[in-house]
Design a protein around this ligand. Structure first.
Ligand SMILES: Nc1ncnc2c1ncn2[C@@H]1O[C@H](COP(=O)(O)OP(=O)(O)O)[C@@H](O)[C@H]1O
Ligand SMILES: [Mg+2]
Length: 260
């Protein structure tokens, strides 16, 4: 058996993010079972699977909230398997959360401004005036544009529709300058009438960003993804294009039902 150090380095251009043989056991329960996933720059992959399949566990493993039992996680050629969760974020591996963590009494622009400042670790600037921070407004505008919410910049978050609030959450994540973005159910709780907003926003994410979407909304999954991985009992039981997955008999039986 080789040690971690003897394994060949991964070239950054070939793979931005690579999960190699990742496993996690809780006693006898295997919740992640030899998972291999590769994201190239600009990848649009969806991870789907029934409840309890291990999707959240997978995100917790790769972001450093849980320690894997075995396997390797590589970001831009660097082994990050034992790196702290906060350093992974600084290195560009960023997740969005299902729970809302917006300042509801502030405007959309101020929420984003705070996130950009946090990324720059310039909390002290808050006390010397937000307007004096070089490039801050440009950065906030860039993010507002990326998510097509410029016309909401001056709105208080609590006045926004729920779907729009989810967009602002994605905006906060973009402020962290991700290279790899793990979107954890961005459409959860969003009414059907607003789900197009989310669809459009994830469709317009920066082209070179590698995105892994975890989502139950199959319309969103199938319109967004170029690749879909199906997780069942902690193991990837199929990977393929949306077409391949939609026509995979086993996947249909286990997961998709008659809809696709
Ligand atoms: N800390 C834990 N200890 C024991 N079992 C856990 C723990 N976290 C998750 N599990 C189990 O792992 C399995 C996968 O859960 P989860 O990752 O939440 O699935 P999903 O997000 O796909 O619905 C479930 O059987 C769950 O009960
Ligand atoms: Mg989950």
């Amino acid at each position: 058996m080789t040690t971690l150090n003897e394994q060949p380095a991964v070239t950054p251009t070939a793979s931005r993010f690579s999960v190699q043989g990742l496993s996690k056991r809780f006693g006898n329960l295997v919740v992640a079972d030899d998972i291999h996933i590769d994201l190239t720059p600009g990848a649009r992959m969806a991870l789907i699977g029934p409840n309890g399949a291990g999707k959240s566990t997978f995100v917790n493993l790769v972001t450093g909230l849980l320690t894997p039992s075995s396997g390797r996680i590589v970001l831009d050629g660097e082994d990050i398997t034992t790196m702290s969760a906060s350093r992974r974020v600084r290195n560009g591996l960023v997740r969005s959360f299902q729970v809302t963590r917006l300042f509801r009494e502030l405007t959309v622009a101020d929420n984003i401004r705070l996130a950009v400042l946090q990324e720059r670790q310039q909390y002290m600037r808050l006390f010397s005036g937000l307007a004096n921070t070089p490039g801050l407004d440009e950065e906030v505008q860039r993010i507002l544009n990326e998510l097509n919410i410029r016309d909401r910049a001056s709105s208080l978050v609590h006045n926004l529709a729920y779907g729009e609030q989810r967009l602002v959450e994605i905006a906060l994540v973009l402020a962290l300058k991700p290279k790899v973005l793990l979107l954890d159910e961005p459409a959860a709780g969003v009414p059907d009438s607003e789900s197009d907003l989310i669809l459009e926003a994830v469709g317009n994410l920066p082209k070179d960003l590698a995105v892994l979407l975890i989502e139950h909304d199959m319309d969103l999954v199938f319109s967004f993804a170029e690749q879909i991985a199906v997780l069942v009992n902690g193991a990837v039981m199929a990977t393929g294009t949306p077409q391949e997955i939609a026509h995979n008999e086993t996947v249909r039986n286990i997961y998709l039902g008659k809809g696709h």
